[in-house]
Write a protein that binds this ligand. Structure first.
Ligand code: SAH
Length: 347
């Protein structure tokens, strides 16, 4: 069965032509799926009965099921979703003043095994298919619809479990589906992909012709420290990563965000701030400081508020634009991979 939610518009047009249909059928199907929110082929009244039967035989409209739902005091919703093979993935709804953002997972588990992150603990099981990423957004949209406050998902960050550039093509299809005007019509500038620094992916992404955003999980200003925190740095050290970021900026015309997790006495010193300023000086990127969500799986600690603010000050004085990430759902295991890890461990 081919899941229609996984079909990027051009691919769906090609499929329709293979079925002996006009490419326009694809546009019609998108309208049913994303605008009219049809849940069955029977509702698709402007498609002939005969072709609806063909669709039913070969295609499906399956969405992930909610296995667990946690609602935080601040309104953040974290879902654990059950996929067709019983794999579990997390997604999170965050409510900003400017809209509703969903943090989407791109893989079941993660192969990158960063030392501070819970997502890598269980390794990578498999890549998510485009429909499974679209499904995360649609399930959240449905919850918002039920709230009846006229809200829907306006922003998407691919910052959940998994490394998006280790599942490159599916993530690109996902982006094109949610960005399509006949799809979820989420503006490119409201879509962000976050990578731990897979250089081939960064270079390819630069050439996709998308106006979407890129975030780089940097977390350390030198190779010695970055090797300790992120194994991937051994394959793509900073002297390879930073030029790739520059190339991305030149080709796409977009500036990146550097994510920098603050771990007490590990990477939050004045020296680190100074090294960081030097490291990214030649790029247009700005720094997003992330307060660490502690887990009991390692010995890292969240930097105190004071240290976070000092770090921010050093950067600003050094001419680097930086912000502190707003936190959501700290009472509901909202940090990467924590909920899934907890549930899998309880089995
Ligand atoms: N693999 C991609 C996307 C998923 S991780 C990447 O590395 O960017 C999304 C972000 O959350 C990364 O910056 C990651 O380093 C960060 N992160 C992981 N564990 C965290 C934790 N416990 N607290 C805060 N941020 C965390």
């Amino acid at each position: 069965m081919i899941n229609l939610y996984g079909q990027e518009m051009e691919k769906l047009k090609a499929l329709m032509v293979q079925e002996g249909q006009k490419p326009y059928r694809a546009v019609q199907l998108y309208t049913w799926l994303y605008e009219k929110r049809a849940t069955s082929f029977d509702e698709m009244s402007d498609i002939s009965l005969k072709f609806r039967e063909t669709l039913k035989e070969k295609y499906c409209l399956n969405l992930p099921e909610i296995a667990l739902k946690q609602v935080s005091k601040d309104g953040t919703i974290k879902l654990l979703l059950n996929l067709e093979d019983n794999s579990k993935v997390e997604c999170v709804l965050m409510r900003y003043s400017y809209g509703c953002a969903v943090c989407v997972s791109s893989q079941v588990g993660c192969a990158m095994s960063c030392s501070f992150c819970s997502s890598g603990i269980l390794g990578k099981q498999r890549n998510l298919k485009p429909e499974e990423m679209v499904g995360q957004v649609l399930v959240i949209n449905e919850l918002l619809r039920q709230e009846n406050r006229g809200q829907h998902v306006t922003h998407v960050v691919v910052m959940g479990t998994g490394e998006p550039f280790d599942n490159y093509q599916n993530v690109m299809d996902f982006i094109r589906i949610i960005n399509n005007q006949k799809g979820l019509a989420i503006g490119a500038r409201h879509i962000t992909v976050s990578t731990c620094g897979l250089v081939e992916g960064i270079k390819k992404y630069a050439r996709e012709g998308l106006q979407t955003n890129l975030a780089i999980s940097l977390h350390a200003p030198n190779n010695e420290l970055r090797n300790q925190l992120m194994k991937i740095n051994k394959s793509y050290p900073l002297e390879v990563l930073i030029p790739a970021v520059k190339e991305y900026e030149e080709i796409s015309g977009r500036r990146v965000t550097y994510e920098y997790l603050l771990l007490e006495n590990v990477n939050d010193t004045k020296e680190c701030a100074e090294e960081l300023i030097e490291l990214i000086k030649g790029t247009m990127g700005y720094v997003n400081l992330i307060p660490y969500n502690e887990t009991n799986k390692n010995n890292y600690h969240r930097s105190s508020g004071n240290r976070v603010h000092n770090f921010l000050d050093y950067l600003m004085k050094g001419g680097v634009t930086a912000t502190i990430r707003k936190e959501f759902g700290s009472d509901i295991d909202a940090a990467c991979g924590q909920l899934r890890a907890k549930v899998e461990n309880e089995k």
